[in-house]
Design a binder for this molecule. Structure first.
Ligand SMILES: *[C@@H]1O[C@H](CO)[C@@H](O)[C@H](O)[C@H]1NC(C)=O
Ligand SMILES: *[C@@H]1O[C@H](CO)[C@@H](O)[C@H](O)[C@H]1NC(C)=O
Length: 451
């Protein structure tokens, strides 16, 4: 459906003044002040809002919740709630594995249908599970788990075709990767549609399907445990035959920029965004999200890496990151007992340490420049040598601030994103301070878009 012209005009003006950025691999703080927990996620768009449904790993690798977040700009995410949560026993009980939740909407039953990989802690069950919801981000009814058509299933994806037919993409590790048709209500697998036999390449994990025009694009990864590999794609104009040879789409040797496919978001009839997970196997909750625009021309797909990029409001187009100024913490003004700490990988080899804590350490950056009035994404470069998140309150131009999370980052400074409104001119002020008396991250510098 097209937007009425008034809404379109409003949307376009937002594009002109906003440069919210997607920062692959950064800490993305959601509306609840915590790092987004939606690993192995799928997206679904309902009435112009994107919903992201993924694994909550905040309590470790065992199933805790399948979370649902919403966003209209793909950058700022609101935690709506858990669509499934741990129960006392059974499939959703303690020490269970629930991975790669994906939701599609069934027009006939008017239910949102959620499929996921369901397993024991040792991955010995190799099942799928199904649940349904009346609203996209509400509580779902858990139905059952099983092996689809009697076969093992580990990584999985879902695909809804233009004609309303639903398909399960399933890793049958003993055989290969399969496309299996679903019943009209999407609750059961019915028949095999196509399969790729396990070969030297072993492209069986992380399947995700995109359709642009009449062409299907199937993405998948190799099998290298939690470590990243060179993910690949194949195309066809039919689900049942004619699939091309598998090819890489990211730069060779980059291991898909150290990520694994989870979902491909279609943004127009000729564009799509790659969504991957950068898994940290020893601390899964600190795994981050690598989202990058795909370049698609006919049956050719490629993807470049960016520190950040700007999704425009139509999402079909995107822009490279704006020019940035950098502001060093050690040149800013310290409050409380904040002070310089050595940081060999930081710019100038220094960072602001002792942010927060009982003495309320803080760092105040003044004279921050912006060429426009409007929302932008500032990257706070930081270190956090803990195994859990640290937090800071970020105040902008005298406001009360917002809580930001900083996932573990040892060695090289990582980025946590701060989405805020800046004033045109050169007198914006940003204060990074503690939350309560807990310790914040060590802050290396701010990277601030000029426009
Ligand atoms: C989408 O918006 C329409 C019109 O406002 C409304 O009737 C419908 O219930 C909405 N659908 C969902 C799933 O929210
Ligand atoms: C930081 O590095 C300098 C120069 O190497 C050294 O003199 C100083 O002791 C170091 N400070 C700390 C706290 O390690």
């Amino acid at each position: 459906m097209r937007l009425p012209s008034l809404a379109l005009a409003a949307t376009l003006s937002r594009v002109a003044s906003a440069s919210l950025q997607v920062v692959p691999g950064g800490t993305w703080t959601a509306s609840n002040g915590e790092a987004l927990q939606a690993h192995g996620a799928g997206l679904i768009q309902v009435n112009g809002t994107y919903y992201m449904v993924g694994e909550d790993k905040s309590g470790g690798s065992s199933f805790q919740n399948v979370n649902c977040y919403s966003s209209t700009d793909l950058v700022q995410w609101t935690l709506v709630g858990a669509v499934l949560s741990r129960t006392a026993s059974g499939d959703l009980g303690p020490n269970r594995v629930v991975e790669r939740p994906k939701v599609i909407y069934n027009d006939k039953t008017q239910k949102y249908v959620l499929w996921m990989h369901m397993d024991s802690g040792s991955y010995g069950e190799a099942r799928v599970a199904v649940a349904t919801g009346d609203s996209v981000c509400g509580k779902y009814q858990y139905i059952r788990s099983f092996q689809p058509l009697g076969r093992e299933s580990r990584d999985m994806g879902l695909f809804k075709d233009d004609d309303g037919k639903g398909y399960l993409l399933t890793e049958d590790r003993k055989y290969g990767l399969r496309i299996v048709a679903l019943s009209d209500d999407y609750l059961s697998p019915t028949t095999d549609v196509f399969s790729w036999k396990l070969d030297g390449g072993s492209r069986v994990e992380a399947p995700a399907m995109l359709k642009l025009g009449k062409t299907y694009y199937m993405f998948a990864s190799m099998m290298t445990g939690w470590d990243a590999n060179e993910n690949q794609y194949t195309t066809s104009t039919s689900l049942t035959s004619g699939w091309s040879a598998w090819k890489k789409f990211a730069d060779s040797g980059s291991k898909t920029y150290n990520s694994q496919t989870t979902y491909i978001l279609k943004t127009s009839e000729s564009s799509a965004i790659y969504m991957g997970d950068r898994w940290l196997k020893d601390n899964l909750m600190a795994s981050s999200y690598v989202w990058l625009p795909l370049s698609i021309s006919g049956t050719s797909v490629s993807m470049k890496n960016y520190v950040s990029w700007v999704p425009t409001s139509s999402f079909a187009a995107w822009q490279a990151p704006p020019a940035e100024n950098s502001y060093e913490a050690e040149k800013a003004v310290y409050g409380g007992k904040a002070r310089n700490v050595n940081c060999s990988a930081c710019s100038n080899k220094l960072a602001a340490g002792y942010i927060g804590g009982p003495d309320k350490g803080s760092v105040t950056f003044s004279d921050i420049k912006s060429d426009i009035d409007g929302m932008t994404t500032i990257r706070i470069k930081y270190l956090n040598s803990d195994s859990g998140s640290r937090y800071a309150n970020a105040r902008v131009n005298g406001d009360a601030g917002r809580k930001l999370a900083f996932l573990p980052a040892k060695g090289d400074p990582a980025s946590s994103t701060l989405n805020v409104n800046l004033k045109k001119g050169a007198d914006n002020t940003i204060v990074i301070e503690g939350v309560g008396t807990s310790w914040g991250p060590d802050v290396d510098r701010l990277m601030v878009p000029v426009q």
